[in-house]
Design a protein. Structure first.
Length: 454
């Protein structure tokens, strides 16, 4: 299954990449501006050095010419000048080289004639100036990497903070997007809380305006679904209710007919019709109960101690043994009538499928747990997984509607409990066992569901 990308991840990634590109663009523009400014600064320094160096060089050459005639002098530099970052060459008015620093590139690297002003020599910045009074000229060439080093240091000062702050920026963007997406997560939770027992509309109060149309559409959809389900439940309840009277009348007539055919061979057919009508009566009764339950009949706003009700329901059941655990606590938020339906359906199911001599045990506890077990044949694992669904029955010849356990499961779901089926019984090699359990605070889950509906 293809994994769906997260909106939070996509937004954080796009914002992070956009921030990185904008920062790099800003750093590149700043580097270009800085390079231009540094070039002007270094060129001005080169010009000032040439203007200070040329008079000194001319003065030095004139003193040397008074003592001896030499065509060219190579000197390491002048006192008071730092010449390690540049070299210089001095020519007289006839173009003869008269003075050359030791770190000066060879003259073959220069253009002939040497241009005036700033120019490049082997990728290095150079400056040519001429003294008009005596005709001497000077060529100053940067020989060090100071200009490049300063530029690289400045660029590093712009980019290194980005590398250091990038994880913090990414974390900040991620947290910002997560906070901005909280309304979406809240809307998702509100939609997830809706189900067949809670189809109330979604409150748009507090949602950002971008999510209000979605909330309205979901509320409209839930409203249409609620109307359809209400109509279906109303039809089921009305149909079951309307069938009760004619079924009861027909059953009475068949029973009377069976009495009149006491010694005749047609009595067996009348008894078969009577059994079918009884089954139809039970089905209509269970359908009516199911319609009430699906409308939320099982839930209660307050917790009720069900132990007295359990004892009352089992007071005349001679075939049922009741065990109460010392830590039993059946204080549950459930409608007492719904609890009575649970007990009656489970006992009827145990008697019907456990046989004539079935041993039925009811255990309350420990905690909010109720267990109903009976002897009988083992139910296949595949069948056991399907029990609890509507109109699903096991492999049995006993009469039934397939709604008994479905009613019990519906009541458990509505009251925050769970239904567990086991066959064979725990600690035995045969039988069937139903375990109903509720969380330690069943009222909390019910109140939460009520709050979602309000």
């Amino acid at each position: 299954m293809r994994r769906t990308p997260s909106i939070t991840f996509q937004l954080a990634l796009l914002l992070g990449v956009s921030t990185l590109l904008l920062w790099l663009g800003a750093a590149a523009i700043a580097a270009l501006v800085l390079k231009h400014e540094l070039t002007e600064t270094f060129d001005d320094t080169l010009r000032q050095s040439a203007l200070r160096l040329l008079p000194l060089a001319v003065h030095d050459l004139r003193e040397k010419e008074d003592h001896e005639e030499r065509e060219e002098f190579r000197v390491p530099g002048f006192d008071g000048f730092e010449t390690e970052n540049f070299g210089y060459l001095i020519r007289d008015k006839r173009g003869r080289t008269r003075l050359v620093s030791g770190n000066m590139p060879p003259e073959s690297a220069f253009l002939d004639p040497i241009p005036s002003g700033f120019f490049e020599v082997d990728g290095r910045r150079a400056l040519s100036l001429r003294e008009r009074k005596r005709g001497y000229s000077i060529v100053l060439v940067e020989t060090g990497d100071h200009r490049k080093t300063v530029l690289m240091d400045a660029a590093g000062a712009l980019l290194l903070p980005l590398a250091a702050l990038l994880p913090l920026i990414g974390l900040g963007i991620w947290l910002t997007v997560r906070i901005a997406m909280r309304p979406v997560e809240r809307l998702r939770r509100e939609i997830a809380e809706r189900g067949h027992t809670n189809l109330e509309g979604i409150d748009i109060e507090g949602h950002p305006k971008e999510l209000v149309p979605i909330a309205n559409e979901v509320a409209s959809l839930l409203g249409r679904l609620r109307s359809a389900l209400d109509a279906e439940r109303a039809f089921s309840a009305m149909s079951a209710h309307e069938l009760r009277t004619p079924i009861a009348g027909a059953l009475a007539q068949v029973q009377q007919l069976s009495e009149e055919l006491a010694n005749l061979p047609h009595r067996a057919r009348a008894q078969s019709v009577e059994a079918a009508l009884k089954n139809l009566s039970a089905l209509s009764e269970n359908l009516l109960r199911l319609a009430r339950l699906e409308a939320g009949f099982a839930r209660a706003d307050r917790e009720t101690d069900l132990m007295p009700i359990l004892k009352f329901l089992l007071r005349d059941a001679q075939d049922v043994s009741l065990s109460i655990h010392p830590n039993a606590d059946l204080t549950i938020a459930i409608n007492p009538d719904a609890f009575s339906i649970v007990i009656s359906n489970l006992l009827e199911n145990a008697r019907r499928h456990g046989g004539d001599e079935a041993l039925i045990s009811v255990t309350a506890g420990p905690g909010k747990k109720l267990t109903v077990a009976n002897t009988g044949t083992v139910v296949a694992a595949e069948t056991l997984r399907k029990l609890g669904e509507k109109f699903v029955r096991g492999e049995t010849q006993a009469r039934g509607t397939g709604l008994g356990l479905a009613l019990v499961k519906t009541i458990a779901d509505q009251t925050g409990g769970t239904l567990t089926l086991a066959s064979p019984r725990h600690g035995h090699a045969d039988g069937f066992e139903v375990i109903l359990s509720w969380p330690a605070s069943s009222a909390g889950s019910i109140h939460k569901l009520k709050g979602a509906r309000s």
